[in-house]
Ligand binder design. Structure first.
Ligand code: NAD
Ligand code: TYD
Length: 356
């Protein structure tokens, strides 16, 4: 595949910044165009280290703006798209499902349609093109505690407005392959953790609260199970599938790393306390059981054997090392957390982009 001009959507978000950084550093001949609306979850400070690179461009735009997406495809002669932009937090989707349908479903459709019109207008058509859709394991629904895993063939059964919107976007991507012949590929990944995650998600929220002696709201009994993957391993998997994955195929991404929430929380507490030089058990009292999330999926667990056997990808980090790195990163980046929790970075963008 000779893809050179790549739009990465949602590149200012948690996973997106790691994907953008990997591609900008690894492929100096590619042009990476980061298209991001900069919602509350997008933060350009996440990319300050690569801001001035010659093969990197940032464009503030809404993926739902079809005319803008088509204009960008033409302007940059885009031949690859890695689509991450989304509303991504389950709790927000419960309060405001419309925003999730708009961005995740209509936004994806707008990108697909813009790519189709642009690519079909080219003499070479779809030759050498790729639309990589980044999705989640949550589309498969919830597993029992019986050792089963999600496979690429598992039937879709989403329960939250978030997972329903992602499932819908996955279907649209596959429909564009089946109907128009667009060269698409879909990846479904388990829960990510690591630097630059917005502190509304479990791990960064709890690290910050432990540091400041604030309560840790554990939903229900803390018995739900999630399968955690270090974010840079996800970015490497996206690189692998984008370049080597079979057109129209699906690849599950995960680290075979299941944790009950309460056990994971205890590891995070121990790690934060140790790194801050506090005695063991110092912050245990912060655990506070609260009302469960509505429709809370019991267990997610990904089988990524196909990706390993067919394309050779494997996670590189053991969980103990990943969590240690992650906790250290948040403890060393208190200003980043403070800017987000105070909304400081959003004010900055509003002043910077208000005339555009
Ligand atoms: P995030 O919420 O941290 O970032 C989302 C980014 O998308 C932000 O930069 C935001 O500004 C941007 N965005 C939102 N709406 C937009 C719009 N209308 N137009 C342009 N940009 C817009 O999300 P994340 O955790 O980095 O997730 C990225 C992708 O990976 C999502 O598609 C998500 O479904 C998927 N995913 C996430 C996880 C996880 O554990 N975080 C796991 C599997 C899959
Ligand atoms: P989260 O990070 O929101 O990811 P997801 O819902 O996509 O899996 O939550 C991870 C798990 O932690 C999930 O089972 C819900 C639980 N959780 C809490 O118990 N308390 C919290 O404050 C949050 C944010 C999550």
């Amino acid at each position: 595949m000779s893809v050179r001009n790549i739009i990465v959507t949602g590149g200012a978000g948690f996973i997106g910044n790691h994907v953008v950084r990997l591609f900008v550093n690894k492929y100096p001949d590619y042009r990476i165009i980061n298209v991001d609306k900069l919602t509350y979850a997008g933060n350009l400070a996440n990319l300050s280290d690569i801001e001035g690179r010659p093969n990197y461009t940032f464009v503030r735009a809404d993926i739902c703006d079809f005319d803008r997406m088509l204009a960008l495809m033409k302007e940059y002669e885009v031949d690859g798209i890695i689509h991450l932009a989304a509303e991504s937090h389950v709790d927000r989707s419960i309060k405001d499902p419309f925003t999730f349908a708009r961005t995740n479903v209509l936004g994806t459709l707008s990108l697909l349609q813009a790519a189709r019109i642009y690519w079909e207008s080219r003499p070479e058509g779809y030759e050498g093109k790729r639309f990589h859709h980044v999705s989640t394991d949550e589309v498969y629904g919830a597993l029992e505690m019986n050792g089963e895993f999600f496979l690429e063939t598992t039937k879709y059964n989403p329960h939250s407005p978030y997972s329903a919107s992602k499932a819908s976007s996955d279907h649209f991507v596959r429909a564009f392959h089946d109907t128009y012949g667009m060269p698409t590929v879909v990846t479904n990944c388990s829960n990510n953790y690591g630097p630059y995650q917005f502190p509304e998600k479990l791990i960064p929220l709890f690290i910050n609260n432990i540091r400041h002696g604030k309560p840790l709201p554990v939903y229900g009994k803390g018995e739900n199970v999630r399968d955690w993957l270090y974010v840079e391993d996800h970015a490497r998997a996206i690189d692998t599938v984008f370049h080597l994955g079979k057109t129209a195929d699906t690849y599950n991404i995960g680290g075979f790393n299941e944790w009950r929430n309460i056990d994971l929380i205890k590891v995070v507490i121990r790690t934060v306390d140790r790194l801050l030089g506090r005695p063991e058990g110092h912050s245990d009292h912060l655990i506070t059981y609260v009302t469960d999330r509505a429709g809370h999926d019991l267990r997610y667990a990904i089988d990524s054997t196909k990706l390993k056997n067919e394309l050779g990808w494997e996670p590189s980090l053991q969980f103990e090392e990943g969590i240690e790195r992650t906790v250290r990163w948040y403890l060393d980046h208190q200003q980043w957390l403070d800017d987000i929790t105070s909304g400081e970075y959003e004010k900055y963008y509003e002043s910077m982009y208000s005339n555009r």
